[in-house]
Design a protein around this ligand. Sequence first.
Ligand code: F6R
Length: 607
Amino acid sequence: MCGIVGYVGNRDCTDVLINGLSKLEYRGYDSAGIAVFDNNQKIRVAKSKGRLQNLIDRMNQDGKPIGNAGIGHTRWATHGEPSDVNSHPHSGGRVTIVHNGIIENYKQIKDYLSDKGVSFASDTDTEVAAKLLDYNYNGSPIETISETIRDLEGSYALGVIFADHPNVVYAVRKESPLIVGVGKDESFIASDVPAVLDYTKNYYLLDHEEIAVLDKTGVKIFDSFGRKIEKELKTADWDVEAIGKGGYEHFMLKEIHEQPTAIRNTIMPRIKDGLPNLEECGITPETLKKFRQIFIVACGTAMHAGMVGKYVTEKLARVPVVVDIASEFRYRDPIVGEGDLVIIISQSGETADSKAAMHLAKKKGAKTLAIVNAMGSSIAREADMLIYTHAGPEIAVASTKAYMVQIAVMYLFAFEMALAVGAIDETECKRLVSTLMETPDMIEKLLEHKETTQYIASSLITADSLLYIGRGLDYALSMEGSLKLKEISYIHSESYAAGELKHGTISLIHDGMPVIAVATQSDLFEKTISNIQEVKSRGAKVILVCRDSYQPEPNTADMKFGLPDLDDLLMPMLAVVPLQLIAYYTSVHKGNDVDKPRNLAKSVTVE
Ligand code: F6R
C-alpha cells in the first residue's frame, strides 16, 4: 500500500525520491507525487495519477523540482478515486504532507474544520490531516505534530514539511510502518528498507507516535511529548542485489527460484542434532505442552500456509487447530483465551487485520506466536513469541517464497509440537526433519524443468474460469494455487475440496473447462481420481499434479505434471512449485504486469 520516502542531504532530492519510490512500487499504487524545497527554499509539488513514469513525464514537461530536501509518495487509493488531485502530497497551507494509512475520524475533523471556514480540494483523509496540522500550527513543528496526532484516530505514517522550516523533514507514525535511514551527511524516511538501500543500510525503526526530525545536522528523534530520545541504530542484512531482478524477467520468477535457499536459511538454524529447536524463538517443549488448542490467523496466502499447518499439526500432534481469516477472527468474538496459542502468519508483519487479530488474542489472554518475514515489523515486535522466516525481501506482489518458508516453519512447529506432546518419538521426528531437509534440493531439480508448466499455462490463457481440486493437504494447496492464478492472470478460479464438487459446483463443468487436480496424498489418491473422472466425463480438461510414478488412464487427465516421491505429509513443499509456475506463465502469456497486478498492494496496512 502507499509508500513514503523523504530525503535531506546533498544529492538531487527529486532523483533520490523517485529512486526510492521505484523501490516501493511493489507495495502497489495508483498515483505518485513529490514535494521538494527548491533552491529558493520554496516548496515545489509535482504529482500525477498512474505509474511513476507518468510523474517523471510530467516533470520532464513542466520542469523538475531541484533541491536537497523533500518528501515523496506512491498512493493506493482508499478515500477518493485515483486522480491527480487526490494524489499526495497534500498541502494545508504552511504544511505539506504525505501519508500512509487511514485517518478513521477524518469526517469529524473535516466537519470541524469546515465550520471554521477551512475548504478542501480533494476527497482524501490525508488532506484533512494536512489542514488540521496547518490549523494547529504555532510555529513549532514538533509541538504542532504532537498536538495534532492526539486528535487523529486510525493508522498513519506521515512525512511532513513546513514552508517556514526549509530543508527539514519531519516524520511520525502510528500503526503504519516507517523507518528513518541514516547515511553520511544525509538522512531518509521510508515505508520500507529497500527504498534507502542504494544509499545506506543503517536505519532507525520509528515507534508509535515518535517524531523524527531530519535536517543537515542529521536525525533527532522525540517522543510524543517532545522529549528527545536515543534509539538503537539497526543495520539491514539485505543488500542492493537482494532487491534487484538478478537477470530474471520478473521478481516473481526470481523469488520462485530463491525458494530452496530461503528454506535452508529458515530451517537450518532451527535444527539441532536432527531435531527441531525453536528455543531461540522463545518456544520450548514445556511451553508447547501447555496449549489446549491452537488458532492460526492470517490473510490470503499466509492463511493458506496456515491451512497446511493445520493439517500437519493435527495429523502429527493431535492438537485441535482452527484456521481463521484475520478479518473474520477479529470481529466474530472468537472463543479464545488463556491456555490457547494464536499463531499469526504474515510476510510483511504489517497487515492491518492480522495485527488487530493479534491484539485481540492478547487481550483475551491467549499467547501469541508470530511467523513473520519482515524484520522489526509491528507484528514481529508485539507477539509473545517470534519465528522469523528468512526469505529475504519479497518484491513481487504475488507471494511465493514467503509462502514456502511459512509452510516450512509450520512443519518444524508441527514436528516440535508432536514430539513435545509425545505423539511421535524422537526417531520419527528425526526422520521427518531429515525429509524436510531434502526438499530444497528436490525443488532445485524441479525448477530445472519448467517446460511442462509453460505448456500447461499456454492452454489456460483462453479460459474464463477454472477449478482447483484436491483432498486433505492437496485441498489446502489448491487454495494457494487458485489464488496465485487469479491474482496475476485475472482468470477466475476457485479451489474446491474434491469430495464437495457433487454438492453443487459440478454443475459449472462444461466442455473444455480446465480443472487442475492435485493428487499427492496416497490415502486419498483413489478418491481424488474418482472425482477427477467425474469432471472428466462431463467435459473438463483435466491437468493433474501427482507423483511422477502414477500413469493416468486416458480417461483421467489431459495433461500431467509429475512430482518426485516424498513423504505424503511433505508433498505440499514440492507440489506448490508447479502451481506457482503455472500461474506465473499464464500471466506472462497474457502479457500482464506480473509483479504488480492491478488493484493489489503488497502490504495491506488498512482494513
Ligand atoms: C497473495 C498475497 C496476499 C498476502 C496477504 C497477507 O499473493 O501475497 O494474499 O499473503 O495480503 O499479507 P502478509 O503476509 O504480509 O500479512
